[in-house]
Design a protein around this ligand. Structure first.
Ligand SMILES: Nc1ncnc2c1ncn2[C@@H]1O[C@H](COP(=O)(O)OP(=O)(O)OP(=O)(O)O)[C@@H](O)[C@H]1O
Length: 618
């Protein structure tokens, strides 16, 4: 299109008022456009009409040249237009082709592509090794060697026999040269004083995670251990460290300033404290036997004075149980070193790997001066986190008992629709279902306080625990509840993961957590070590639909009753057809990765510059 014409059109478009339009039409300077081809035709016609007349040959020559110039110009203009149009048309073609392709794609395909993008982001995470190792390209290829061997009669068993035992206990394994499962503690060559102690606590035979996990760890292998809440993971990762510490101490006794041999990392102070107490009782039992040296264990968590640990620090150090923040602080202050540290275990490892702690863990790893044996344990570790973790370990073995993220089958799960305003009153009724002890979970600190206040008013002996309480208050609450002085503990998420309270009869989830993993951990405070328990969960119209779907599938998987209001919650993915897969990020069965609440949370944390002190990391 000619420039003058386009100018005119632009003017009209920009001048909406009729008077302005009129002004343009009446513009006297306006000369209508005549295309070059038409002008040439007119000139030719003029020339031919002159053909009879005598003409100056110089004039004829000039006119001829003018005509040729115009013809060239016209050709150039056409060429330019052709090019421009081709590019434009091509762009339009690409656009319409893409639109067509997009229209052809099903919603499922689109979701799959979105999932792939997110998974790619997870895959591109830096390995979970120390920055030093990353920078120097240090890569260990061999597992650590230990002197432990299974008894000969177990070594002599065929692979088929091992597989049969694993199958019997629903244990899935992955990896190379997997040590055999061992069905009796005595065959694991555990000191008899520890066995006696365990027996006194009615721990006589290993649980599935223990019967495969302990031999694997004893053999020095890196390990990812996944098993239901309350299935005895703590013993599975503490015992190998205790045995390693005995071995090292027996070779050359540790003196002040030496050690530790290994470290156990926990995501919360409460969990670290509980694990520390377990280690202390097991090492004390061991020392009774006389044959074995006394082992020294230190607890490194925020909120406590390290002066309490002076006694342990004044001798050689064998075991450290810690939360990441305080541990880094101690290492930076050179209170002890990892020069001889060979064992790193992360409890609730998926939580540790979640972005909030990933950098801390990498910093901790950079204090190791030699190859370490790394163990990761959790009840909920989705496949993608397993894959990521596996890349960071050396010839790792995956020991999986049940689906990661599945609920403990020893818990009877009851989900009830309770209107927001009726919850408090109904709670009292619910407390009558079982004798104490009972834990009530709420996602909100203020609500935790409100519930405790209400229960105290109604004469119920209740304590409360959440992130805004002081360390003393938190410890008091746990002590009095564990000791039986208080019947009910009201808790925010901080108390859910990994805490092992005595024989909780009933867990009441006052407000359903957004992440189904949190729900699995919360109901997992009951039904522990083979006993059964009840979990009652309140949901209502404030509960997000997707959370309800996760819950519905979890109940179905566990063979539990699905209440009618949950049964009617439709899965939007079902109408798109195709197989419904669980979310590879959080393991929830009711949504895909793009709707994952955990991912939102992770991104939120990633954006927040501060560490989540609610969980007591420091
Ligand atoms: N072999 C066993 N037989 C019976 N009870 C056991 C055995 N091993 C451990 N226990 C007991 O089971 C309870 C739960 O163990 P533990 O706290 O280690 O579970 P967990 O798998 O770590 O749970 P969570 O995932 O909730 O942290 C503890 O009280 C523990 O003493």
């Amino acid at each position: 299109m000619d420039s003058e014409n386009s100018v005119k059109r632009r003017r009209i478009q920009r001048s909406p008022s009729p008077s302005a339009y009129k002004l343009d039409e009446e513009d006297e300077s306006y000369v209508p456009y005549v295309p070059v081809a038409q002008r040439r035709q007119e000139k030719l016609a003029k020339l031919s009409s002159w053909s009879g007349a005598k003409k100056d040959p110089r004039d004829q020559q000039r006119e001829q040249e003018e005509l040729e110039d115009e013809a060239k110009e016209e050709e150039k203009r056409r060429e330019k237009l052709r090019k421009e149009r081709t590019l434009l048309m091509e762009a339009q073609d690409v656009h319409s082709r893409k639109a067509e392709e997009d229209a052809k794609k099903t919603e499922e395909q689109k979701a799959k592509e979105a999932d792939e993008e997110i998974l790619e982001a997870i895959r591109s995470r830096k390995k979970l090794v120390s920055d030093l190792e990353l920078a120097h390209g240090i890569q260990y290829t061999e597992s650590l060697k230990t002197s432990w061997r299974p008894p000969k009669y177990i070594r002599d068993r065929s692979e088929q026999e091992h597989a049969r035992i694993r199958q019997k206990h629903a244990i899935l394994v992955e990896g190379e040269d997997i040590p055999p499962p061992i069905e009796h503690f005595v065959d694991m060559k555990i000191p008899s004083s520890i066995l006696d102690y365990l027996k006194s606590k009615r721990i006589t035979e290993p649980t599935p995670i223990q019967l495969q996990g302990i031999p694997t760890a004893f053999a020095g292998r890196d390990l990812i251990g996944i098993a239901f809440t309350g299935s005895g993971k703590t013993l599975a990762f503490c015992l190998p460290l205790i045995m390693l510490a005995i071995e090292e101490e027996t070779k050359v006794p540790f003196v002040r300033g030496e050690g530790p041999v290994g470290v156990i990392l926990c995501p919360s102070r409460e969990l670290a404290n509980q694990t520390y107490e377990n280690v202390m009782t097991w090492t004390a039992a061991l020392a009774k036997e006389g044959r074995y040296p006394r082992l020294n264990t230190v607890l490194c968590i925020g909120g406590i004075s390290m002066n309490d640990q002076n006694d342990a620090m004044s001798k050689g150090l064998h075991i450290v149980v810690a939360t990441p923040g305080r541990l880094i602080d101690m290492l930076e202050k050179k209170k002890f070193t990892f020069n001889n540290c060979k064992y790193l275990c992360m409890d609730e490892a998926d939580r540790m790997i979640d972005l909030g702690f990933e950098d801390d863990v990498r910093t901790i790893m950079s204090f190791f001066k030699r190859q370490r044996q790394t163990l990761l344990f959790s009840a909920t570790m989705p496949r993608k986190i397993q894959d990521f973790a596996q890349q960071s370990l050396i010839r790792p073995i995956l020991v999986n008992v049940g689906r990661a993220g599945a609920a403990n089958l020893d818990v009877l799960q009851v989900v009830e629709y309770v209107k927001q305003e009726a919850k408090m009153v109904y709670l009292l009724e619910c407390l009558q279902k079982t004798p104490p002890p009972v834990i009530i979970f709420s996602e909100n600190k203020n609500e935790v306080d409100d519930i405790q206040e209400y229960l105290l008013l109604k004469g119920v002996e209740a304590v409360a625990i959440h992130g805004s309480k002081t360390q003393e208050e938190r410890q008091y609450a746990i002590r009095s509840f564990k000791g039986g002085a208080k019947d009910v503990m009201v808790a925010s998420g901080v108390a859910s993961k990994g805490l092992d309270f005595n024989e909780i009869q009933h867990v009441i989830i006052f407000s359903m957590p957004k992440e189904i993993e949190d729900y699995v951990h919360q109901i997992g405070r009951t039904g522990r070590s083979g006993k059964t328990g009840i979990a009652t969960t309140f949901v209502n119209m404030n509960t997000p639909e997707q959370t309800l779907l996760d819950l519905k599938y979890l109940l179905m998987e566990a063979g539990q009753k699905v209440p009618p209001f949950l049964a009617t919650v439709e899965d939007p993915r079902a109408v798109q057809g195709g197989a419904l897969k669980g979310c590879p990020v959080c393991g929830g069965l009711g949504h895909g990765i793009s709707d994952c609440p955990k991912l939102e949370e992770t991104q939120r944390r990633q954006m927040a510059s501060h560490r989540p002190n609610d969980e007591g990391g420091y």
